[in-house]
Design a binder for this molecule. Sequence first.
Ligand SMILES: Nc1ncnc2c1ncn2[C@@H]1O[C@H](COP(=O)(O)OP(=O)(O)OP(=O)(O)O)[C@@H](O)[C@H]1O
Length: 422
Amino acid sequence: YIGSPLLVRNRSLAQYESKGLFLDGRQDGPGESREKVLEFGFDYCYWSVAPEESHYASQEEVFQDLGVTVLAGASEGYNVCLFAYGQTGTGKTYTMMGTLDSMGLTPRICQVRKWSYNSVYRVLVSFLEIYNERVRDLLRGREQKKKPSLRVREHPEKGPYVQDLSQHVVSDYKQAVDLLEEGIANRITAATHIHDASSRSHAIFTIQYTQAILENNLPSEIVSKINLVDLAGSERADPHYCRDRLTEGSNINKSLVTLGIVISALAQNSQMSSSCQSINSVASEGEGSGVASHTSCLSGGGGGGGRRHCFIPYRDSVLTWLLKDSLGGNAKTIMIATVSPSSSSYNETLSTLHYAAHARNIVNKPRVNEDASVRLIRELREEIDRLKSMLLSFQMQRNPSPSLSDQRDGSLSDIVNELKVE
Ligand SMILES: Nc1ncnc2c1ncn2[C@@H]1O[C@H](COP(=O)(O)OP(=O)(O)OP(=O)(O)O)[C@@H](O)[C@H]1O
């Protein structure tokens, strides 16, 4: 998804699901049956129902496919986001965090030593949760409980951030995992009718990775951010729940609905962009003037009746606001959709798969986060090269005589030297 993999993973059946079960793992379609078949396409699909099955996908396998991609993206200087979405109890926390016996993606990705290769690097870690639309720092322990929730603000260049969120320097794997465990212990969980330790908040574990490099003999820094997001589970409201549980549930559902709207709008915009691009290329290749008029659909302003880019309501929930860059901006993003193998979850599974299928259409534009002054120098050097070749071709056109070429080269090199000095 978003130029990166999207995968679906399902987990083993819980006890409450094992009655009236209809579990079908066949890979060759429905055969003679009259069932309605719905098809979805994803980049990876993991079957994690029973470990004794030969095609059971382990945590290690998921890490080898996705965690390694995340680490590679970060070491190249990209922002990377990995998030798990799905019905409550389907294995989001298991996939993202894991258990004591079976580590999930986040602790495996924390093996920061593996990232360093030969460069000098610094790693900062932060961990927050969004509970009832408020942001809490999960690494401030007791201190945080006395404080009001943290504010989300937006930097004109760096995008949304959480003011006063604590950041912790880590120099090895153990320090990072200790912080992860501390945050998980501070996270709010509660028993629901489906899951006795359900996450009632969205959690975002962020690793900021700064590499010191030498580019064109200039010292520079590349900063990349890895956001590892464990969303709270979508669920149906149960009238037997107490008020707190219902408020939590409605806030969880509200932010997930907003996430769905944001994903749909981004997918729609990406599809419009790609269809307009292909129309543009057809128009530039062919001679038909009628086609060109359709390209105004991307102009956004004026222009009678053309399709326009949708407004993306990032700020309608704290979750989408904080993930703005990861969802539709400068990040390589991977979405993991988790589903239950039980027929009793049919509607939720279908909704998760539709959600994921929409997300797959989004196209992000990640770029390497290099130092602004180094980028400027590189761009100026490229500009000088471009002007040099323009001057050369200009001179060649005006005076192709070989006898004058020495003279011409002399004046050309004077101009180039002037440009270099500037
Ligand atoms: N692939 C799997 N293999 C074995 N056990 C799993 C797997 N996936 C999930 N489980 C187990 O199922 C239970 C529910 O999983 P988990 O807590 O990850 O769900 P969740 O989607 O995060 O739920 P919620 O949204 O309510 O927090 C846990 O006990 C977890 O250990």
